[in-house]
Design a protein around this ligand. Structure first.
Ligand SMILES: NC(=O)c1ccc[n+]([C@@H]2O[C@H](COP(=O)([O-])OP(=O)(O)OC[C@H]3O[C@@H](n4cnc5c(N)ncnc54)[C@H](O)[C@@H]3O)[C@@H](O)[C@H]2O)c1
Length: 393
């Protein structure tokens, strides 16, 4: 670290050693790749050397937009880019739609490249298991893209639960949703089965699950009774679609737009979950973590992507009196919250790659998140409760 210079990232974190530049590639150059690109560009120890997309010319266009010179983009798929050894890639961001999470992640890890994989982890539990096997084989860093974890309020929730102030946790209610918010502003990659594979349950449900499971230290899920529906997405009159796209999008819609589930976790904890991309309601409810000494109410947001916009409240007793303690919101200093969260997501990933330290959002935790999503989908199809079996690694 003698080469350590005075650079920090724009979140004002620790000083960064710039003596080695990390060589980065971006797989999938769509919507979320912009946030990755901007966060990498803000790091002083990064060189973005390549990008690829299945759509011809899309990666080239994307790199041109950011004025990145000398990067290679003429690859027909992630395989061609990863096989190009002249790139000497240290890490890739995988920003592909859900159905294309597992294959590029496995291919990159098997090539000895660190991976930052967008959420949800995968579509199915089986795929997530295969990605974890590749992670073990490679010894490389695999981190999953849950940037809300970088938010100080989310970290406060975990601190509160872990402090013991709530006692033993026995019941949790979580979820969220939007009144008219099926994500189809730029096309059908979130709503077509062949690209998305799962709908609201994976897209925003994974955040709600991470919010509470991370706070509890990721207890193992045991059983799930799940329900999914798609009344809004399949409706050719759904007002959330652009007017000229309603019929086509309704026909293309092949995933869930609402899910609910009752999940048993180890330790005798039950989790009551619901999530909506669209509903005739303002909110399906706050997140509640109930414990033997106190309960925490976390006001609902649309999808927990890193925002707590009203104070949280702890309900407990003080000297025998029912008492409510407000937990103040921690404001993120210095601008846009999402920019801050993405900077932290990229920075913590890079630090883990450089220092050989554990992934900031490890697969060993998110596998349980995926197992619940997988269980909800299976249970909904079968119309009964299912057991969740996650292999040990
Ligand atoms: N963390 C967040 O806040 C956040 C926000 C939005 C989306 N996401 C996640 O990011 C992922 C992508 O979402 P998006 O909105 O950018 O989708 P998108 O459809 O805009 O972009 C995905 C791109 O990946 C390309 N692609 C697919 N498979 C590929 C492959 N094998 N090789 C190369 N390119 C490939 C597609 O052609 C497309 O251009 C989704 O899984 C989504 O859940 C995360």
């Amino acid at each position: 670290m003698s080469q350590l210079n005075s650079f920090t990232d724009r979140t004002g974190g620790a000083k960064i050693d710039t003596s080695k530049k990390m060589r980065i590639g971006i797989i999938g150059c769509g919507w979320i790749a912009n946030n990755h690109m901007e966060a990498y560009l803000a790091q002083p120890d990064v060189e973005i050397v390549a990008g690829c997309d299945l759509v011809p010319g899309k990666a080239e266009e994307f790199f041109k937009k950011y004025g990145i010179e000398g990067a290679k983009t003429d690859y027909a798929s992630h395989k061609e880019m990863i096989d190009d050894k002249s790139l000497a890639l240290d890490a890739v961001s995988i920003c592909t739609y859900n159905r294309q999470h597992a294959a590029p992640a496995i291919y990159a890890l098997d090539a000895g490249i660190n991976v930052l994989l967008e959420k949800p982890f995968t579509v199915t539990l089986d795929e997530a298991v295969e990605v974890m096997k590749a992670e073990k084989r490679s010894g490389k860093v695999l981190s999953i893209g849950f940037q809300p974890r970088m938010d100080a309020n989310m970290q406060q929730i975990k601190k509160i639960v872990q402090s013991g102030v709530l006692g033993d946790i026995y019941y949790i209610q979580t979820g969220g949703g939007r009144r008219r918010g099926i994500p189809a502003p730029f096309g059908t990659s979130f709503i077509a089965d062949e690209t998305a594979g799962i709908g609201a349950v994976g897209d925003i449900g994974c955040y709600s699950l991470d919010l509470v499971l991370n706070a509890l230290g990721y207890p193992k899920p045991l059983t799930v009774s799940g329900y999914t529906s798609s009344f809004f997405g399949k409706d050719p009159e759904y007002s959330g679609y652009a007017e000229d796209k309603r019929k086509a999008y309704a026909e293309k819609f092949g995933v869930d737009d609402f899910a609910a589930a009752f999940i048993r976790l180890e330790g005798g904890i039950v989790l009551d979950f619901r999530i909506a991309w669209a509903m005739n309601l303002d909110t399906p409810g706050d997140t509640i973590i109930m414990g033997t000494k106190g309960s925490l109410r976390i006001p609902s947001t649309e999808c927990w992507n890193g925002s707590v916009d009203k104070p949280m409240v702890i309900y407990h007793q003080v000297s025998g009196l029912d008492t409510q303690t407000e937990v103040p919101i921690i404001e993120t200093t210095g601008g846009d919250l999402l920019v801050y969260l993405f900077d932290r997501k990229i920075r913590t990933f890079l630090d883990a790659c450089k220092n050989g330290t554990p992934a900031p959002v490890p697969s060993s935790e998110i596998i349980y998140n995926q197992a619940i999503i997988d269980g909800i989908v299976k249970s909904a199809k079968l119309g009964r409760e299912v057991e969740i079996e996650v292999p040990e690694f």
